[in-house]
Design a protein around this ligand. Structure first.
Ligand SMILES: Cc1cc2nc3c(=O)[nH]c(=O)nc-3n(C[C@H](O)[C@H](O)[C@H](O)COP(=O)(O)OP(=O)(O)OC[C@H]3O[C@@H](n4cnc5c(N)ncnc54)[C@H](O)[C@@H]3O)c2cc1C
Length: 402
């Protein structure tokens, strides 16, 4: 393939896989070499991670082998840890050598944003990968076991979720479903368990309809969740969290879901970033780098009000397709198309059989919203892996397969 142009896609998450699928579909035979580079040899559904983290689903379900998704005749896959991008030399530096590129699509996702809050990085857990989900699940189970050996330490049964956005609320929804089972297994009185959701903003689930947010909060409160809204987390220690005006919650587990920043590789490579995210131009290119597209959680795209769209799987998938189209246009010397995000609505799950969501003008809650979430997930599975993947991964009866 000497002389063939190389389109290199970094990251095999929602944005990267979407870009690769569009490239393999649209590029003619021999027109360009497509290379996908990812840390693991599997793609995982980040939007499902709150379930294995709480222990209400298996760690295997959100995972699919990358080779089951891509067409190996058209895409070569490299399992590598990406360290830096050398834009002058047009190479990607990895743990196993450099990979040259002609056009680069960076889709490396995000990292937890701790806003400099002391102690969070050291003492809190973050839901960000399959491995982190496994660690959280094991930690929660260990806390119950530790309590059984010293029942004076009730703080071991206190859980603090920092952040009442999609991730924090979805995790709290799963945790309240897992607690009764853990209490039964360990012979613990459920009344001793405390779950707090602490949020600096005055409301939970920003961007959702106020009535739906109320429904979500009422549902979680009924299951025992205590909300502390308009209350910033000030500090995290091995003993718990300091919140608001000096109140301290003693807790055995702190999960931080308060924000996302871009992947550190972008800053390390000299791209201009705001909280690690690259404010891309209309074609999704990094400003000043015509051969580099940045998409997904590492990018920033403005809405009509001039504010950044919150990072989501939905925008990542649409950006993947758009970046692939523009990368091909660039190679062919054609005009590129500006990216326009079409927001189709969002659904937040609140645990088994319960969710809220809005699609267009339609608002749904309860079981109908939970079914809608399953349909959205199934649609994604169908797109990347056809009926076979839908049947393998769809959790119609989520608690059967743990
Ligand atoms: C618990 C939870 C629930 C969520 N729920 C929703 C939801 O309901 N709806 C919604 O729209 N969004 C939701 N989100 C947000 C959504 O998951 C993200 O916005 C989305 O995953 C972004 O896609 P991405 O492709 O940018 O990043 P990712 O999907 O995170 O993919 C990044 C990829 O890059 C790889 N990578 C990273 N660094 C390196 C490196 N140095 N070298 C090699 N590979 C690397 C990673 O392994 C990964 O495969 C949720 C997020 C969480 C955590």
């Amino acid at each position: 393939m000497a002389g063939t142009k190389k389109i290199v896609v970094l990251g095999g998450g929602y944005a990267g896989i979407s870009a690769v699928l569009a490239l393999q579909k649209r590029l003619g035979r021999g027109e360009a070499e497509i290379i996908l580079v990812n840390k693991h040899d599997y793609h995982y559904f980040t939007t499902w991670l709150h379930k294995p983290a709480a222990g209400t689903d298996s760690a295997d379900r959100p995972k699919v082998d990358i080779r089951d998704i891509i067409d190996p005749r058209k895409v070569s896959f490299r399992k590598r840890d990406i360290r830096r991008i050398d834009t002058a030399a047009r190479t990607v530096e990895t743990d196993e050598g450099d990979i040259p590129y002609d056009v680069l699509i960076v889709a490396l996702g995000g990292e937890p944003e701790t806003f400099g809050i002391p102690g969070l990085a050291e003492h809190a857990f973050f839901i960000r990968s399959l491995n982190s989900a496994r660690i959280i699940r094991e930690h929660i189970e260990r806390r119950f076991a530790e309590f059984r050996s010293d029942e004076s330490r009730t703080e071991l049964l206190t859980f603090v979720v920092g952040g009442a956005g999609l991730t924090g609320i979805e995790f709290a929804g799963e945790l309240v479903n897992r607690i009764p089972e853990l209490c039964r297994e360990h012979g613990v009185d459920p009344a001793l368990v405390n779950i707090y959701v602490v949020e600096a903003a005055p409301t939970a689930l920003p961007g959702f309809d106020a009535g739906l947010v109320e429904h979500a909060m009422e549902h979680l409160k009924r299951k025992g969740v205590v909300f502390q809204l308009g209350t910033p987390v000030k500090k995290c220690t091995s003993e718990g969290v300091e919140i608001g005006e000096g109140e301290f919650i003693r807790a055995g587990t702190v999960i931080w879901a308060g924000g996302i920043r871009g992947n550190r590789v972008l800053e390390a490579s000299g791209f201009g970033t705001t909280r690690g995210r690259v404010a891309v131009n209309a074609y999704l290119q990094a400003p000043g780098f015509g051969d580099v597209f940045v998409i997904g959680d590492s990018s920033m795209v403005m809405n009509d009000q001039g504010r950044p769209w919150p990072p989501s799987a939905q925008i990542a998938i649409q950006q993947g397709e758009a970046a692939a189209r523009n990368a091909i246009a660039l190679l062919r010397g054609r005009e590129m198309t500006p990216f326009r995000y079409v927001h189709r609505g969002t659904v937040a799950s609140l645990g088994r059989g319960e969710a809220i969501g809005s699609v267009g003008r339609c608002k749904v809650k309860g079981l109908a919203a939970a079914i809608l979430k399953t349909v959205i997930d199934a649609r994604y599975l169908y797109r990347i892996g056809g009926v076979r993947l839908v049947l393998r991964k769809t959790a119609f009866f989520p608690h059967q397969s743990r």
